[in-house]
Design a protein around this ligand. Sequence first.
Ligand code: ADP
Ligand code: MG
Length: 322
Amino acid sequence: MALSEFDIIARYFTGKGPRRDDVVLGVGDDAALLAVPASRQLVVAVDTLVAGRHFPGHTGAFDIGWKALAVNLSDLAAMGATPAWATLSLTMPGVDQAWLQAFANGFFSLADPYCVALVGGDTTRGPLSVTVQLQGHVEAGTTLRRDAAAPGQALFVSGTLGDAACALQQLQGGGPVDTFALQRLNRPEPRVVLGESLAGVAAAAIDISDGLLADLGHILDASGCGATLWPERLPASATLQALPGEQRQAYQFYGGDDYELCFSVAPGKRAVLDALLPQQATPVTEIGVIEAQPGLRCRYADGRVVTPLRHGFDHFRAGDDD
Ligand code: ADP
Ligand code: MG
């Protein structure tokens, strides 16, 4: 028996997931009513995942639900914000209850640890497409912005780079797919706690969704400066370390879907950073330095300095980079 739009909302999305005291009205009215803490600024992000474009068509429903929230959590982390409330716009070709249950399980299993309340949404019929809007808050003046890099700041990245791109290429090649890399592609762990800790400490930040060089390029453009990177120091998982050097570097430079944080820290904040990093579950690696000279340079251990291409190869992406 086919469920109506109202049945779907009631069965899978009403009263599910974390509850918050600051949700005055959640799912069920014409709009949600939220109490924003008085001293904080509202931070809002939205991302749409379209089947075949932002994830391979055969991706499991759990992973789609997880990832739709993860990419937005990652955007808020890159602002130094604390996530709080989400809305979900779900467009599906038909009603598949097993799919819906798995999707909701994926979504809420990531909403739970970060106490994100689902406060509303929209449910329609059409080609599979998932839009999550996420709202959170941050103390005024501590936000991590793309335009705040300045010469002399040290450059860092969280976690490891290039794993998701490695999995995507293996998937597209039709051969065996590395389990760890596939997990990184389908269930990215947004660096929420690290991002919140960096508010007021880091200067500029961005989350790496389109590849390190492209996303670092956004920081450099917005800040009107350049940088030198040390490619051999880029963090690599065991999976990537097993690859030939050139292939590993291509994944690390250009691979999308990492959802790690890239950020800069002024010399005056270095001691604060060093004190907070040991408490973080996510490792952080220093990868270069911000400079006044525009452009991006790679300095290798043997002294070579190379200007890399900013964009790699399109086959590192599921679709385009929007
Ligand atoms: P309206 O016609 O007023 O826009 P809807 O019938 O679309 O209302 O939605 C009814 C309620 O269910 C609203 O509170 C809406 O936010 C919520 N809702 C609809 N779809 C979803 C969804 N996929 N997830 C969470 N809440 C949803
Ligand atoms: Mg509606």
